[in-house]
Design a binder for this molecule. Structure first.
Ligand SMILES: NC(=O)c1ccc[n+]([C@@H]2O[C@H](COP(=O)([O-])OP(=O)(O)OC[C@H]3O[C@@H](n4cnc5c(N)ncnc54)[C@H](OP(=O)(O)O)[C@@H]3O)[C@@H](O)[C@H]2O)c1
Length: 167
C-alpha cells in the first residue's frame, strides 16, 4: 500500500476548512497555488466537495477520483471509488496523488499521506469542518513555513508539512 500521497488544504488558525459545505475564507492567490501544486496529477475528492466545485464538475487537467458510498453514482470525467482501498488501487500507478478534501476524506486518507501542502490563513473563521491539526501531531513536522503574505487584511502562508514518522 502506498504512503506517499499529498494532502492539499487551506486552514484557518483552528485548522478549520469550511462551513455548511463550502470554504468561507478564500484568498485568490491560493486558487492559483492549488492549480500549480495539483496540475497534471491525480486528485482524490469527496462527493460533497465535488458538489461545491463550479458546476459540480471534476477539475480540469487532473485525473479526478471521487469517493462515494453510492453504488449508482457516475460522474462524467471522473473515476469513482467506493472505499479508501478502491481509491488507492485506482491510483496505484499514478506518480502524484493529491488528497483534496473534504473533512471525511482528509481524515480517511491522511494515514497514507507523506506531505501536506497547507495554506495557513492566520484568521479565525466560522467552521463546521476541520483538517486534523498537524501542529498537535508528533508524527508531522513543519518543514517549510513559507513567507507570510497578505490579501485584504488576511495574512497567509503556503506551508509544507511532512510526516516525520509512521503512526
Ligand atoms: N479548506 C479546504 O482546503 C477545503 C478543501 C476541501 C473541502 N473543504 C470543505 O470540507 C467540507 C466538506 O467535508 P465533508 O467531510 O462534509 O465532505 P467530503 O469529505 O467532501 O465528502 C463526504 C462524502 O464523501 C464520501 N466518502 C467519504 N469517505 C468515504 C469512504 N471512506 N468511502 C467511500 N466514500 C466516502 C461520502 O459520499 P456519499 O455521501 O456520496 O456516500 C461522503 O458523504 C466543506 O465545508 C468544504 O468546503 C475545504
Amino acid at each position: 500500500m502506498r504512503h506517499d500521497l499529498q494532502a492539499v488544504v487551506a486552514v484557518d488558525n483552528s485548522w478549520g476548512i469550511g462551513l455548511r459545505g463550502t470554504q468561507t475564507l478564500v484568498v485568490p492567490e491560493d486558487r492559483r497555488h492549488f492549480r500549480l501544486v495539483t496540475g497534471g496529477g491525480t486528485v482524490i475528492v469527496g462527493r460533497k466537495t465535488l458538489q461545491d466545485f463550479p458546476g459540480g464538475r471534476p477539475l480540469k487537467n487532473r485525473r479526478n477520483i471521487v469517493l462515494t458510498r453510492d453504488p449508482g453514482l457516475l460522474v462524467e470525467g471522473a473515476d469513482i471509488a467506493h472505499s479508501v482501498e478502491e481509491a488507492l488501487a485506482l491510483c496505484a500507478q499514478d506518480p502524484e496523488v493529491f488528497v483534496i478534501g473534504g473533512e471525511s476524506v482528509y481524515r480517511a486518507l491522511l494515514p497514507y499521506c507523506a506531505r501536506a501542502h497547507v495554506t495557513r490563513l492566520f484568521a479565525d473563521a466560522d467552521n463546521d469542518a476541520f483538517f486534523p491539526a498537524l501542529s498537535a501531531n508528533p508524527s508531522w513536522r513543519l518543514t517549510d513555513p513559507g513567507e507570510v503574505r497578505e490579501h485584504e487584511g488576511i495574512r497567509y502562508a503556503f506551508q509544507t508539512w511532512e510526516r516525520a514518522e509512521r503512526e
